[in-house]
Design a protein around this ligand. Structure first.
Ligand code: HEM
Length: 278
């Protein structure tokens, strides 16, 4: 038998007594110590890790969307394209992750469901922040976070600023398009109302991509984002129905029926409507 290869012969660092290691840099002890199943059910670990990894990807999505918003505000569209592409890829990643969770059957979930109490993804503040940042602003969704002032402040800070879609529309306004009432808004807390002017502006852009290439590309990046986001919602509700049928959610909503209603939410409505007009 040949001797096992020793990578130190080619310079691999093998001693980390006074050096920062991989685990130190990534704080792996904290992350890998954060799974605390409340039952003895085998599948609870899958459930916890699936949620925690989703939250980590959501953290990155928020980081990217926040930067994309600032870039558009500063008329720097190219960097925003790169960030928005990354956000779509993050959602693609989250979409594939449902395949792992789908391996859990209703019988397996039932074994630990009671341990969750009233906790539910419905109370994910990062998910709500993504929706608020994108442009779907429902202040009723602030209520589950009222008992945590720090999180409420973070969500309020998002609502105090224009959303990603608001910024895209303001950009069109700065470039000579008539954006109607969107040009006069000062309060960003509520979702904007759809407008004929904005639809007409996107129509002009889609009718002449060569002339308006940057706005056209931004529009397609936004549609990509929403396309992947919709798939996430759809995969979630399908997984939920597969696992709990039409039972109520642990968070207290009607469950799959509530999630099906959420499939109708449109983040960038005029960008979908413009397709019918072309
Ligand atoms: C066994 C797996 C899962 C089941 C049965 C399930 C069930 C549900 C249900 C029934 C709701 C509606 C609110 C409620 O009454 O609880 C909900 C909401 C939600 N879940 Fe899940 N879920 C699962 C996995 C996940 C995972 C892995 C994530 C990833 C973070 C997630 C994130 C969310 C979010 C963000 C909402 C709020 C959606 C909205 O308000 O539009 N869920 N879930």
């Amino acid at each position: 038998m040949s001797k096992p290869y020793d990578p130190s012969v080619e310079g691999a660092q093998m001693s980390f007594k006074d050096r920062m290691s991989y685990s130190d840099y990534l704080h792996l002890e904290k992350i890998l110590d954060a799974q605390a199943p409340l039952s003895t059910a085998h599948d609870e670990m899958l459930f916890i890790i699936q949620h925690q990894t989703s939250e980590l990807w959501m953290k990155l999505a928020l980081h990217e969307i926040g930067s994309a918003i600032r870039s558009i505000r500063a008329d720097k569209l190219e960097p925003s394209f790169k960030m928005l592409t990354r956000v779509s890829r993050i959602f693609e990643q989250l979409n594939s992750a449902w395949d792992v969770l789908r391996t859990m059957t209703p019988s397996e979930y039932t074994e630990f469901r009671d341990s969750l109490g009233q906790s539910s993804g419905f109370q994910s503040w990062q998910y709500r922040a993504i929706e608020f940042m994108a442009g779907n602003r429902n202040t009723a969704m602030l209520r589950p976070h009222a008992h945590q002032p720090e999180l409420s402040e973070k969500l309020e800070a998002v609502l105090a600023q224009p959303s990603l879609y608001d910024e895209a529309i303001l950009l069109l306004g700065r470039n000579g398009f008539d954006i109607g009432a969107d040009g006069k808004r000062t309060d960003w807390r509520e979702t904007r109302s759809e407008s004929e002017e904005v639809l007409v502006a996107w129509q002009a852009i889609y009718r002449d991509p060569q002339r308006y290439w940057m706005f056209y590309e931004l529009a397609e990046k936004l549609v990509d984002f929403e396309d992947y986001f919709r798939r996430w919602r759809f995969n979630h509700v399908t997984t939920v129905e597969r696992i709990i049928g039409m039972k109520r959610g642990t968070g207290g909503t009607s469950g799959a029926s509530y999630l099906k209603k959420m499939l109708e939410v449109e983040l960038f409505p005029e960008l979908w409507k413009v397709r019918t007009r072309l």
